[in-house]
Write a protein that binds this ligand. Structure first.
Ligand code: KG4
Ligand code: ZN
Length: 388
């Protein structure tokens, strides 16, 4: 369980009068009145329970006050992947203690919350229902409105939590365990899909290849750690759809190629693929990572060229990958493109991105929070259909 650094940790003084630092609308130096609000964000779409508090007003970038996260990796590891029913039950256990931690670290009380936001989808239905149910019950008990957030919009806007936030418009490379998309982003809520995977996501390619090599779950970090010791040119793996002329991706064939080449080597060594010699395994991991990263970088550059934009935002769990960051940095530098990433600890699922996305939607006037506490979730929910 980790508690994120509270960016502002001073105590809430609201109860003592007008000088509440979390609601500074009451006494700005300029004398102008700017209405500030605090949003609580709850993420529970898959195997991480995240809770965060963000403060925002109508003028400036929203500020993360505190966030707390519990990863279920240890629990699911024994099964080699996420077990949905276990995930839901664990969210139930974690969400209130995490909320309490966030309140303590921010110095806020529940009464300071103006809006309760939760991940409405996409994700595991049971897991989403936990976050939605808790958010709506909490909001109802406080008499405050709720707002359902799109998980991918949370990832997409997570670089706004970084010290170097992007400016619109930009091309976004969204690379998570379930999605691989290139989007043109003109403003909050204005998303145009440029291309996406036609089968496996990039994160899935990491995870499935890692599983073949017996590296456990989640595969991305494990495979990339092993790849550091390997030679990426030792195996020749395909770069699917690299020259397709569009911005779509396909990673399912890569996993099959890893399986075939791994099996061939294993046969030659008289073992099974999981027991390949350590150096061969490292080479195969390095070649796999290189193939995935190569495609992601080249397609991102093609998207920048097609849109004539000079800004790239990378978001989602695979955005934590070191090789991907290094190669994108180099390619963007070469083309005079600014590239933005979320902080490393906010690449994978977290509550801060949900609170941030809610704050940005409210700030932009795209969405009003609702006092209706009957909730639904959307396990499948294309980002392009967000505002329709
Ligand atoms: O965004 P995320 O936390 O969850 C989804 O919304 O899917 O992404 C999880 C994915 C997993 O597939 C995981 O293996 C991958 O991100 N991932 C990585 C790294 N860290 C996480 N893949 C490659 N390199 C990493 N360092
Ligand atoms: Zn995610």
């Amino acid at each position: 369980m980790s508690v994120g650094k509270a960016i502002e940790q001073a105590p809430c003084l609201q109860s003592r009068g007008p000088e509440c630092i979390h609601h500074p609308d009451r006494h700005l130096n300029s004398g102008a009145m700017v209405k500030t609000r605090i949003v609580l964000g709850i993420e529970s779409s898959c195997d991480e329970t995240g809770v965060a508090l963000v403060r925002f007003d109508d003028l400036s970038m929203p500020v993360l006050l505190a966030h707390a996260l519990h990863s279920q990796i240890d629990m699911h590891q024994a099964y080699g992947g996420v077990v949905p029913e276990l995930a839901s039950r664990d969210h139930i256990r974690r969400v209130l203690p995490l909320t309490q931690q966030v309140m303590e670290h921010s110095g806020c009380t529940l009464a300071d919350i103006d809006v309760v936001a939760f991940t409405r989808g996409p994700g595991l239905a049971g897991a989403l229902l936990v976050g939605a149910g808790v958010a709506c019950a909490m909001a109802a008990s406080l008499g405050k409105p709720v707002l359902g957030v799109h998980h991918l919009e949370g990832h997409l806007l997570s670089p706004f939590l970084s010290a170097d936030p992007p400016q619109f418009p930009f091309v976004a490379l969204l690379v998570s365990g379930g999605h691989t998309q290139l989007m043109r982003v003109d403003a909050v809520g204005q998303y145009q899909l440029l291309g996406e995977t036609i089968d496996d996501a990039a994160g899935e390619a990491f995870d499935k290849s890692a599983k073949l090599l017996g590296l456990g779950y989640p595969g991305g970090p494990a495979l990339s750690a092993l790849a550091q010791r390997g030679n990426p040119t030792a195996f020749k793996l395909p770069r699917p759809l690299l020259h397709s002329g569009n911005l779509d991706f396909s990673f399912a064939g890569l996993k099959t190629a890893v399986l075939v080449q791994g099996k061939n080597c294993a046969q030659a060594s008289g073992c099974n693929i999981e027991r390949l010699p350590a150096d061969v395994k490292a080479d195969l991991a390095a070649a796999t990572q290189a193939a995935i990263v190569d495609v992601l970088v080249k397609k991102s550059m093609a998207a920048l060229q097609a849109t004539d934009l000079k800004r790239l935002v990378v978001a989602g769990g695979v955005g934590a990958n070191r090789l991907l960051r290094d190669q994108l940095d180099a390619a963007c530098l070469h083309r005079g493109v600014r590239v933005h990433y979320p902080e490393l600890n906010l690449c994978t699922d977290n509550g801060a991105m949900i609170a941030m996305a809610a704050a940005l939607r409210l700030q932009s006037g795209r969405q009003q929070p609702s006092l209706r506490y009957a909730f639904d979730v959307r396990p499948r929910w294309p980002l392009e259909s967000l505002d329709t």
